[in-house]
Design a protein around this ligand. Structure first.
Ligand SMILES: [Zn+2]
Length: 900
């Protein structure tokens, strides 16, 4: 047991007592040093490390004792670290950020050696003993203080919910160092024992079950948690606040599952409580090993920079994902919970049980968790159309992978910027797509065996890329490095051309050619090759079949098993291959003519996506894509209609003013009748497809098609919704609000503003603020932007006020001028993780001639932001590509619209 006392300076200071080794003052330590005859000149302070800690010592286990009061902005703590000193140690450098070390002592055997604390830049704390310590065992006891920033979303931070204060943690990637001076690198994976002193009325949570809880004086208590399994610092977590907990069952091995929510929100966690256990069962079945920890809490966090975080046994969540009012539990919300839950739960094996050795392997965590999540959710809910989701997410990341500045999935880490950058679409979506493709190539059973071998071999420890590919190769009985290396260590999207030849006396044969896909205006060198696994589907007379190969050279041939010349060939079966297809000759025409009858839904979505990509690279004329739209727009599936809307919307900003009426007419011709038939209001018993169609079609016809009737209805409904949310179905509420505010007046703006101030519900507040950002009238745009600078709303919730201006040509310049005028103010208000993305604010200008002005202003500012330089490079490249493509597409668009 430890005791504590409240200091007069508004934070709690921990005073150690009882059986633990007593920290001693520096004065005591000098007594055990032989006194030199003449004092030597003081040695210069050791130099702080850069990025990584020097390998002179490693932790064996930690015990952390913290005093956390969420109403105060500082905390205090003592960390006891058992060490293995591996080389003569003049100073122990640890990661530590915004920490003040009050006292530090090394205990070596029975000797206590006081250490002096020095601070190396923003990230490091050095503890310097009076003499060099020899290799061997030692214990470090450090007493320190740190900051809990309100709403920061990193380190230990506090947030308010319905007038009550909570404390949360978020340590990934490098913020555990804000909570403890420690070895904040993932390869230091050791047991942690956490103890928290807090107010008696609050609940404290951490990675493990509570071991003991005892009252202390002054209305406080001490909560001691069981020692964890080995964990890297970034997976340690705790929270303090007046939480409520919902029982969500137990895992097969009996680990209790709970949904933990802010006080009074239990009724909004019913879906989470019912959906979690089935996902754990499916994961256990796949991995062949039980959920690895003693308990699982799913914790709704008030302010969170990401979606959720896989802390072992204590998964933290952006509360909007886990708390859903029963009347707003749409299918979308169910999917969002289940997919995120499956991802974070998969991490309990991939990331927590077996941990990456360093951040260059972030993909071993994130690509796998994403791939696994799609897999188990598809198994759990086969009717949720997960395969279409896969193709769409792949299409999205292929665009960013088509940039010259694209990262590789596994990327060397040379600076803190690289760690931040590693959490992007390349790691998540490309990683998932590549694993999906390779799983099919290797065979699902072999792949599963490889995964199981990998987990068994590295259980509770760290692993690397080579460890994973080694396990896969072992399972497959052949070296799979060439296949994995080709996609994991190389950036870019393969563009594979397919030419069909049906020569007499020979089997029908495809000639395949690969190069790197490059959009118009890109500086990419297309000469790059992969080992591309390709599977094609075909139909020849009554026969249908498939053939697969791995294209290893720039050119290859694939003899088809078809008995005669196929009527059509789908060059990417299931849309699962990570490549763009370029069918030659009349192959594309045949495919498009038959698509709705012969292709699966994911294949059709993949094909439309690739046609658009071929338009962007100049291989196919824009008119071909626009001609397609007429058929696609009539399709039953909302995914196909969405794809058609994507094509129609892509020309919005290319349309010359004189042809704007033609464009509006074209939109009305395609979609108006169907939009009116659907109407804004849902009918009883409608399926998900119809609801989603409404959400896509009505805002388009109202806003782009300038349909006065739909605008009027939306405005009326928005006012009704403001009075009572039940007046509009939850699926369509955002769309109604967006159309109403695009066409809204000051009265509506003021009402939204008043509601945003009044509500205690974060999600509603985001909806109100998002709508306020969509007004067109300059006076109201200015009012919305001005609010960004005030403290009236937390900026993460109020980003809609800013973003709306950039999405609309009529307000874009106002938004851009505002960013330039207030760049520093806005950036400083944003959480660090968001700051690099300030670079994206100029991309929508889509005008290369503005580059000098943009670079002069943004480059020096973005350079100072962690993770900024790469984002800046990408943003500049996107600006140029957008500009080049608009120029290239303009004549085709004009010719097409003249006919409308
Ligand atoms: Zn993840």
């Amino acid at each position: 047991m430890r005791c504590f006392a409240r200091s007069s300076v508004a934070f709690l200071v921990l005073v150690a007592c009882g059986p633990s080794p007593q920290p001693i003052s520096p004065g005591t330590a000098t007594a055990v040093q032989p006194a030199p005859a003449t004092p030597p000149a003081p040695a210069p302070d050791p130099t702080a490390p850069v990025l990584r800690l020097p390998a002179v010592a490693r932790p064996v286990r930690y015990a952390v004792e913290l005093v956390i009061d969420p109403t105060i902005e500082e905390f205090s703590g003592t960390i006891t670290t058992e060490l293995e000193i591996t080389a003569p140690m003049a100073a122990l450098w640890l990661d530590g950020k915004e920490l003040t070390i009050d006292e530090a002592t090394f205990v070596v055997g029975s000797e206590r050696i006081a250490a002096r604390a020095i601070y190396g830049g923003k990230e490091f704390v050095g503890l310097v003993p009076p003499r060099t310590l020899s290799p061997g065992k030692a214990t470090l006891i450090a007493r320190y203080r740190g900051k809990m920033h309100r709403n920061s979303g990193d380190g230990i931070y506090t947030a308010q919910e319905a007038n009550e204060w909570y404390a949360f943690t978020q340590f990934e990637s490098t913020d555990a160092r804000r909570a403890f001076p420690c070895f904040d690198e993932p390869s230091y994976k050791v047991p942690w024992q956490v103890t928290i002193h807090t107010r008696k009325s609050l609940v404290a949570l951490s990675n493990t079950p509570v071991e003991s809880e005892q009252d202390e004086p002054n209305g406080m208590k001490v909560v001691r948690f069981g020692e964890t399994r080995p964990l890297p610092s970034y997976l340690v977590a705790f929270a303090v606040g007046p939480f409520d907990a919902l029982d969500a069952g137990k895992t097969r091995a009996g680990a209790p599952i709970r949904i933990v929510v802010p006080h009074g929100r239990g009724k909004d966690a019913a879906y989470a409580a019912q959906a979690t256990r089935p996902l754990i069962d499916l994961l256990e079945d796949y991995f062949g090993t039980p959920y690895p920890y003693d308990k699982l809490d799913m914790l709704a966090v008030s302010v969170f920079n990401a979606g959720a975080m896989e802390n072992a046994g204590l998964i933290t969540w952006r509360q909007e994902l886990i708390l859903v009012k029963p009347e707003e539990l749409t299918l979308d919300r169910q999917k969002a919970y289940a997919t995120t839950a499956a991802h974070e739960l998969a991490h309990q094996w991939f990331g927590d049980y077996v941990t990456l050795a360093w951040w260059d392997d972030t993909w071993l965590n994130e690509s796998f968790a994403s791939w696994m999540a799609s897999k188990v959710v598809e198994q759990w809910k086969p009717d949720w159309e997960i395969p279409v989701g896969r193709v769409r997410s792949k299409a999205g990341v292929m665009s960013s992978d088509s940039l010259d500045s694209a990262r590789t999935i596994r990327q060397p880490i040379e600076s803190a910027n690289d760690i931040t950058n590693a959490f992007d679409g390349i790691t998540y979506q490309k990683g998932e797509a590549v694993l999906t493709m390779l799983e099919r190539t290797i065979g699902p059973d072999v792949f599963q065996r490889g995964v199981r071998d990998y987990l068994a071999k590295h259980a509770w420890r760290n692993a690397t890329y080579d460890d994973f590919v080694g396990a896969m190769s072992g399972a497959a009985g052949k070296d799979l490095h060439p296949l994995f290396d080709s996609f994991v260590l190389q950036s870019g999207v393969p563009l594979v051309s397919f030419a069909l030849a049906c020569d007499k006396g020979k089997p029908p044969t495809l000639t395949l050619e690969q190069q790197r896909y490059a959009p118009t205006g890109s500086k990419i060198d297309p000469k790059r090759t992969w080992r591309v696994p390709v599977c094609v589907r075909w139909k020849a007379g009554a026969a249908a079949g498939r053939d697969c190969t791995v294209v290893e050279a720039p050119t290859a041939t694939l003899a088809l098993s078809a008995p005669s010349c196929p009527a059509w060939v789908m060059p990417n079966e299931g849309g699962l291959g990570y490549y763009r297809m370029r069918p030659q000759g009349d192959m594309l025409a045949h495919l498009l003519a038959n698509a709705s009858k012969v292709l699966t839904l994911p294949e059709r979505v993949a094909l439309i996506g690739d046609v658009n990509a071929l338009v962007a690279s100049g291989d196919v004329k824009k008119g071909v894509a626009l001609d397609l739209v007429e058929t696609l727009a009539k399709d039953r599936s909302r995914y196909i209609v969405d794809a058609s809307i994507g094509v129609v919307g892509s020309i919005d900003e290319v349309v010359p003013a004189k042809l704007r009426p033609n464009y509006e007419r074209f939109v009305r011709k395609l979609y108006q009748a169907r939009a009116h038939e659907l109407g804004w209001q849902a009918r009883k018993g409608e399926d998900d497809n119809t609801q989603q169609l409404r959400r896509s079609l009505l805002p388009l016809v109202a806003s782009v098609g300038r349909d006065a009737e739909l605008i009027k209805q939306a405005t009326g409904l928005a006012w009704k919704w403001l009075d009572a949310h039940g007046a509009v179905a939850p699926e369509i509420a955002r769309a109604v609000l967006s159309v109403a505010s695009r066409n809204g007046d000051q009265k509506l703006f003021d009402r939204l503003h008043a509601e945003a101030r009044k509500t205690g519900d974060r999600e509603d507040r985001e909806r109100f603020l998002g709508a306020m950002g969509r007004f067109i009238e300059p006076a109201m745009v200015a009012q919305a932007l001005a609010l960004v600078l005030t403290d009236e709303f937390e900026l993460r919730e109020a980003l809609g006020l800013l973003q709306g201006a950039f999405g609309e040509p009529r307000t874009r310049e106002l938004g851009f001028a505002f960013i330039k005028e207030h760049f520093d103010e806005i950036t400083n208000k944003l959480p660090e993780a968001y700051r690099p993305f300030m670079a994206f604010t100029f991309v929508s200008l889509c005008d290369d001639s503005r580059k000098p002005e943009i670079e002069a202003f943004f480059t020096p500012k973005i350079a100072k932001i962690e993770g900024g330089p790469r984002v800046m490079k990408q943003a500049l490249e996107l600006l140029s590509l957008c500009s080049a493509q608009r120029k290239a597409e303009a004549p085709g668009v004009e010719a097409f619209l003249k006919r409308q």
